[in-house]
Write a protein that binds this ligand. Structure first.
Ligand code: DGL
Length: 285
């Protein structure tokens, strides 16, 4: 069954999971916190279990078979936490493995690409859309395919920007070197007629103001995280599985390596105070 958001589900989620069950959110590392942050904002009552695969990041340069294997392990781990829905915050996983894991799942699994593509198609006036992402995301052309399903005449110009990820992770988002790297990667795209640009990687929203300033007012910058959280909200309410409890939401964070570094990064971008992050041996799942 395919709904308008491109979210495939096999079975209804009316299983034994309670409305208070958490949402699983996962990414190759810290970047998916930009999506978790948006879910916290839009769905303040939902509990969240976040997993960042910090031992195996980056996914953006890995093969499809490995990305699928990693995703299945993480989903198996999240299911041990009785999650009622899963958000794949990672663009690379959403581009390469989402359809397969959705088909294997009896709970809703959402990715970030369809929501980002949809808002770009709604925003563009001239139908020329830029997408920046990892090597794997751009090579897969998943954004292009989904955008063209929504608007067959759209022109999509993709550009891999792999250095953006380590720059963000090393805290260089505001450093002048990042300005240079933005120019190296995106100067060709700036010469085109794009009027909309998708930040097709979890880390890029943390460079949003830099990228926005680089392209100027005529280019609308799309952060898929916002629309993804809206889609999640819609699904939870449609299925009647939203958390109706008045208790403050509980957030738990797990990683496969470097838990303290993750905690520091998380506290830099979330308004929530992350006290600790737990280590998981994800290869066991
Ligand atoms: N999370 C990845 C993405 O959104 C970026 C980092 C990586 O390459 O793993 O595509």
């Amino acid at each position: 069954m395919d709904n308008t958001n491109g979210i495939k589900e096999i079975l209804s989620v009316k299983n034994n999971l309670s409305n208070e069950a958490p949402i699983g959110v996962f990414d190759s590392g810290v970047g998916g916190l930009t999506v978790a942050r948006e879910i916290m904002r839009q769905l303040p009552h939902e509990n969240i279990v976040y997993f960042g695969d910090t031992a195996r990041v980056p996914y953006g340069s890995k093969s499809k078979s490995n990305i699928l294997r990693f995703s299945r392990q993480i989903i198996r781990f999240l299911r041990t936490k009785d999650v009622k829905a899963i958000v794949v915050a990672c663009n690379t996983v959403s581009a390469l493995a989402l359809e397969t894991v959705q088909e294997e799942s009896d709970i809703p699994i959402l990715g970030v690409i369809a929501p980002g593509a949809r808002v770009a198609v709604q925003s563009t006036k001239n139908g020329i859309i830029g997408v920046a992402g990892t090597e794997a995301t751009i090579q897969s052309e998943t954004y292009t395919k989904i955008i063209r399903q929504m608007n067959p005449d759209a022109v999509v110009i993709g550009k891999p920007c792999p250095l953006f990820v380590p720059l963000v992770e090393e805290g260089f988002a505001k450093h002048r070197i990042t300005e240079e790297v933005i120019d190296i990667y995106l100067s060709d795209m700036r010469k085109t007629e794009i009027d909309t640009m998708i930040l097709g990687c979890t880390h890029y929203p943390l460079l949003r103001s830099r990228i926005k300033a680089y392209f100027g007012e005529k280019v609308h910058i799309v952060n898929p995280a916002y629309e993804t959280a809206m889609d999640l909200k819609k699904i939870l309410f449609e299925r009647g599985i939203e958390n109706r409890s008045e208790r403050a939401a509980a957030y738990k964070f797990y990683v496969s390596d470097a838990a303290e570094k993750f905690t520091r990064f998380a506290n830099g971008i979330l308004t929530y105070d992350v006290a600790s992050t737990r280590l998981v041996n994800i290869e066991e799942y």
